[in-house]
Design a protein. Sequence first.
Length: 286
Amino acid sequence: MTTKVYRLVLLLGCFFLVESINMDDFFPDINGNLTKITWAHAVNNKTYLAASLNSSAIMMLEADVIYGKINGSGELIPIMGHPPATQSDLSLEEFLTTIYNFNKDENNRKVRKGVKLDFKSTEVFTKSVDFIKKQYNQIDYPLWINADIIRGPLNFETVPVDPNIFLSTAKAFDKSVLSLGWTTTRPTMGLAYNNAEVNAMIEVIKENDVKQEITFAVRAGIAAQSLAEMKLLKDEVNNCTLTIWSSEGDEVDVPKLRDLIFEYGIKRVYVDVPKDLRDRLDLGNK
């Protein structure tokens, strides 16, 4: 039975008692090393969902949620997909139900999965809340709620999810980790998160009196150039973690990214990157 723990979190000078699902208990083989957690990225269709659930090598499923139509027909609903897609063969409701049924099956006890839902717009997030609430009280596995809520480096086209709507609405999911990110573009060497972007994130967390655990979703190639800014997050938001992600083909300064990971510590960094980059990082998790 997965253990639930209470954590006393110091966030921006205030104490909160927060119930959460402990990742060490849920994934005991990691021995506290969050970089050992393995990911399936963009699990946005039935075929990939089935393959990911059936893989004992996968621990966490990251999936994107957009507003669109199932196979291009019917009404607009929350579906699994990444912009610019507007259709999918998998709805959010079916996605959640499939994972719930998989995880409650005693035959899958040793290979249960956690989930990270990446909401691509304010609209789809608000439309998804009721679907999540239907199962939320029965969920005993990690369910992260993610959105890019602050505009990030050189991305002037992507509209961030409204931070106040997201953070205030997400309070209903009090046992979920909130995964908070910045809109980004494909990184080039030297591109970094700046102080204004980081301080905007810290301020909106403070304004919304966030009590859940927080992980900051940062793009590997940009975060590698932003050690001081990442340390600022660590200093201002106690017990936060980083979730380092990357797309295929991103330029990444691997030595600097390693420095960042070990600055935070392996107990506070998740690594959701393509296999070639993970191998180059050589974190000793083979």
